[in-house]
Design a protein around this ligand. Structure first.
Ligand code: LLP
Length: 415
């Protein structure tokens, strides 16, 4: 659990910008980037937090970017990334399918493609001979903090099945594409045991690629680095993480007979701990034995507890700074849906949390929400998207204005 902001700072931001509000700390992001400098390239999986001002901050620190949709490519361009095939490419597009508009954008801007299906290779080859490609391989196993974030194995739709590598390499050749490298991402929240297996699988794939008479320039370790959501939780040892991948890279280099570039592609690790979501208590009530603290932010903002049963540390701040005695509280949002509860576990089981007795007007701080927070928000219940603020060197800057209901209605009126 991380807390980059003081209570006074958060009250000042809530007063200036209103709630719900996403707040990010630039220094925390820069610190996380520095922790991965041993890798040749750090590529940010922007799905975790795709605000263009966060992407610009990444770009200024030499971080490259991954895009998984046409929209994310356009975001990277808006943030100043200049695409192209020179390695390490500023933008890489990772997906399992193309739609025609995305294919056209990838071709127009010369964005290398990390292909998760052989059909993509055929479609790309027809549109853009010579295009730079990575192959995203599903090694036949995966691991995630929840089943929904496990991206390997036969139950996952992601990647080219490891047994189809030869067919994928043949598709690269048949379509006149240029192979850059091999990529694996088996899920979010990878442990060291799985990491060892991924590294081993990668070396095997490099052997097969070489045996097929093809060369490579780079390997991608994918993302999946976890962060300690629980207070006192284990922090990933990035030096150890690197050493496992570096050993695999050395084995792969011995096979190909030249140096290989090593990329890592985290989302959560770079941004999760930089962010908090601020809400305000609007009602407090007891329903039988349950003590509900109802706030003005719901799963339309932060979906992770409802979607995966994810734990986020929370704080309640009284304006006068006083500390109330703790009570077991169910913290819930304003949405017209029973599952709109932040204190829940996997399968929707409600888990009351010991928190200072809440009063209307108290500020709710939900920690570690910089990743998969704002980027997963929706307009459910016709609730406009919340504003985002970036704090850098003591200065707070609005980086996304609060959406209005008029913005939403404008999509449907005057057609
Ligand atoms: N690379 C690829 C190809 C991915 O699919 C992902 C995440 C990443 C990198 C970054 O993974 P990370 O380092 O952030 O774990 N919404 C879920 C996470 C879904 C991740 C999907 N892919 C959550 O809130 O936990």
């Amino acid at each position: 659990m991380s807390n980059p902001f003081s209570a006074a700072q958060l009250w000042a931001l809530a007063d200036e910008f209103g709630t719900p509000l996403w707040v990010y700390d630039a220094a925390t992001i820069r610190e996380r980037i520095a922790q991965l400098q041993a890798f040749d390239t750090v590529r940010f999986a922007q799905k975790a937090c795709s605000n263009i001002h966060i992407l610009s901050l990444m770009r200024e620190r030499g971080v490259r970017v991954d895009a998984v949709s046409r929209g994310e490519i356009l975001r990277a361009l808006a943030a100043g990334y200049q695409p192209g095939f020179d390695e390490p490419a500023p933008i890489v597009f990772t997906a399992d399918v193309f739609d025609p508009a995305t294919l056209a954008t990838v071709v127009e801007h010369r964005v290398p493609v990390n292909a998760g299906s052989i059909d993509m290779l055929d479609q790309l080859g027809a549109a853009s001979p010579g295009h730079a490609v990575w192959l995203r391989i599903n090694p036949g196993f995966g691991h995630g903090h929840s089943n929904k974030t496990n991206t390997g194995g036969e139950h996952s739709k992601h990647g080219i099945w490891h047994g189809d590598l030869a067919a994928a390499l043949a598709a690269v050749q048949r379509n006149g594409l240029t192979l850059v490298g091999l990529h694996m991402h088996i899920g979010s929240g990878v442990d060291y045991a799985h990491l060892q297996n991924v590294c081993g699988a990668m070396v095997g794939l490099v052997e097969q690629t070489r045996a097929a008479g093809m060369d490579l320039q780079a390997l991608s370790a994918g993302g999946g680095l976890s962060i300690p959501y629980q207070a006192g939780g284990d922090r990933i040892d990035t030096a150890h993480y690197f050493s496992l991948w570096h050993a695999a890279r050395q084995q792969a280099e011995a096979i190909v007979g030249h140096a290989l570039h090593l990329e890592i592609e985290p989302g959560r690790f770079l941004v999760a701990e930089s962010g908090v979501l601020l809400g305000q208590v609007r009602a407090v009530k007891n329903q039988g034995r349950s003590h509900f603290v109802l706030v003005d932010t719901g799963f339309n903002e932060l979906m992770r507890p409802s979607m995966y049963g994810s734990y986020h540390a929370m704080g309640l701040l009284r304006r006068d700074g006083s500390q109330a005695a703790e009570v077991a509280s169910v913290v819930a949002g304003p949405l017209c849906e029973s599952g709109d509860v932040f204190t829940q576990g996997e399968g929707g089981v409600v888990l009351p949390r010991m928190l200072p007795a809440a009063q209307v007007g108290d500020l709710l701080v939900i920690h570690d929400t910089g990743a998969y927070g704002a980027s997963m928000s929706s307009n459910y219940n016709t609730r406009p998207l919340a504003a985002e603020v970036l704090v850098d060197g003591g200065q707070a800057r609005l980086i996304r204005r609060r959406q209005t209901v008029d913005d939403l209605l404008a999509l449907e009126t005057g057609l």
